[in-house]
Design a protein around this ligand. Sequence first.
Ligand SMILES: [Zn+2]
Ligand SMILES: [Zn+2]
Length: 357
Amino acid sequence: MKKWLLGAVAVVALGAGAGWAFREPLALMLYARGAEQALTSNNLDGLPDGLHAAFCGTGSPMPDPDRAGPCLAVIAGKRLLIVDAGEGAARNLQLMGLPPGRVERVLLTHFHSDHIDGLGALALQRWVGSSATAQLPLLGPVGVGQIAAGFNAVYQPDSTYRVAHHGEAVVPPSGFGLSPRAFAVPETTAVISDDGGLKVTAIRVDHRPVAPAVGYRFDYKGRCLTVSGDTVVSPVLMRAAEACDLLVHEALQPRLTRVLGEAAKKAGNAPLAKVMADIEDYHTTPEQAAEVAQKAGAKMLVLTHIVPPLRLAGLEGAFLGDARKRFDGEIRIAQDRDLVSLPATGGIETSRLGGTR
Ligand SMILES: [Zn+2]
Ligand SMILES: [Zn+2]
């Protein structure tokens, strides 16, 4: 029987509630096939040449079972760069068929805990996944050295277990951990790297009292995407994103966070009510992000770092407000594992990596 036909029969039999006697061997057969597929292919090498934004985390510190912490994979050709690594980032990358072992470097927008608390797992997965002989470069504004040193210290005992158990050939000790590369936050923008046809520009943004804070612009083969990081409406970012194909912008809807604040007050939880009020003043609303995208001349706006979690389908409209009226292009609310592609040949394509939700 042809392989695909066998698979199809197995799926139908399982789905139709085949007798218990058949379920186990069929499940094992599918499991073995899935394992083979996972180990012989990845989605990185299958993408067309160009720039791609893969959403490995679209959430925030607020609990959301459907969203990992902030993480954006930027793929330029076959190169894989990560912007921020919130909790669950490494797990999502694996689910998306983007091997952590292929991560070339990580760029941090700022040092809020939700943007860095997945760094330890990511560095570990990248080390073990590729038998890396050099540390994972961690780029960020001045202060990034402290972040790298902290994670390296915390994961040091674990690294010795790995080496003792798997051997230096599999996990070379020199590849363990993060290697910080700090840059000074520019007055407005500064090119921080330009190699292999990929130019990365750091952009000063305003997330006060959190400082330093930056966004990034990526240019590759005539295509461009800009990532806001966390910020209020930033004229610097708007200018830096000018004529960029894709704007990936954070978004918080105060209309919805105020509902949570009121609920906290009623429950007698004054500290939480205060936090809910405070977070309004250092983020951007979906409507404002739409205006930024319009003024920058973006072709598409993707909202991420979604606050609050949208646990009911009907809430998406309430989250967006009248954002769609303020931007001529398409607006999307990012979901974990979304992919937005900017092929070198032109156009914008959207798809999902690692299955649908
Ligand atoms: Zn932040
Ligand atoms: Zn954040």
